[in-house]
Design a protein around this ligand. Structure first.
Ligand code: ZN
Ligand code: ZN
Length: 293
């Protein structure tokens, strides 16, 4: 069984919800939420990630995420990075430091190292332009990304290297998303995930951050039995997310299985009250979605 739990469902600047980061849990046998999952993955870990994980660990069924009064970071085995915006990576420095120092053994230098997964270009930029500032020194020496994480670099253009698996059964394939153009489509790397159960062929579609681009995603969205799509509630001429007005044009069969996330703080101000009828609904933070059996 595979479950997905949003640490938050908010936009980059939301204050009423945490940012849109997701805990994926894979279970050999289930459902037994009293147990510890057999594999765990965070899809992104943004600036509000630590506060969101701290809130989640106090909820029934997520006790394994707590150790004493703090986050049990060794319970997070892996983290996948969709792209480099702070609402998706801003919590990584804390994760790395807590694993290295709080959960590390100072005497023998051993530390807990989760796996970090993304395309090679994102991982290189992530270190060089984001994480290096705070993480490149340890007492007495310089440090690199591999001092904190086991690195899995994927290549979206190479079949077989465009995916990783959880419990061998669930295949998580990254696909490029049209989030920010510098000069042309896809020239600033960002990715979504298509998660497929190799036993049942059931699948989940997760956009990460993207503009509306149904022609590029239609086959995946048709195949998936559940979709999660980022959205922006207010219209503007040159958006970097799918506008809710654009998502309303999706075929009804697609809308009905699509949850919206990454939304702004005014979701309950009135104009979006029909989202639960038009779509599967707004994704709810802290709710464990049982997405694959
Ligand atoms: Zn974002
Ligand atoms: Zn973004």
């Amino acid at each position: 069984m595979l479950t997905m739990t949003f640490l938050g469902v908010g936009s980059a600047f939301a204050k009423r919800n945490f940012q849109s980061n997701v805990l994926v849990e894979a279970w050999e046998k289930g459902p037994d939420y009293q147990a510890v999952p057999d594999d765990t993955l965070l899809i992104d870990y943004g600036t509000t990630g630590p506060q969101a994980l701290y809130a989640l660990m106090r909820k029934p069924g997520f006790e394994y995420l707590a150790r004493g009064n703090t986050i049990n970071y060794p319970a997070i085995h892996r983290v996948f990075i969709t792209h480099q915006h702070a609402d998706h990576i801003g919590g990584l420095e804390e994760m790395a430091m807590m694993n290295a120092y709080h959960y590390g053994d100072r005497k023998n230098g051993k530390r807990h190292k989760p796996q970090i997964i993304s395309s090679l270009s994102i991982l290189m930029n992530l270190w060089d332009h984001s994480l290096k500032g705070g993480l490149s020194v340890m007492a007495g020496r310089y440090a690199l990304l591999q001092d904190y994480f086991f690195i899995l670099a994927l290549n979206p253009a190479e079949p077989g290297k465009d995916r990783f698996t959880m419990l061998k059964r669930y295949h998580l394939r990254l696909f490029p998303t049209d989030h920010i153009h510098i000069e042309r489509k896809y020239d600033w790397p960002s990715y979504g995930l298509f998660i497929e159960d190799a036993q049942t062929q059931q699948a989940v579609f997760f956009t990460g951050d993207t503009r509306f681009d149904y022609p590029a995603y239609s086959r995946m969205m048709e195949q998936a039995h559940i979709c999660f799509h980022d959205t922006q509630l207010f219209d503007e001429p040159n958006p970097v997310h799918a506008l809710i007005s654009e998502l309303r044009t999706l075929p009804e069969s697609i809308r009905r299985k699509t949850y919206l996330y990454h939304y702004g703080d005014d979701w309950d101000s009135g104009p979006y009250d029909d989202v639960s009828e038009q779509f599967a609904g707004f994704a709810v933070p802290g709710q464990r979605y049982r997405v694959l059996e």
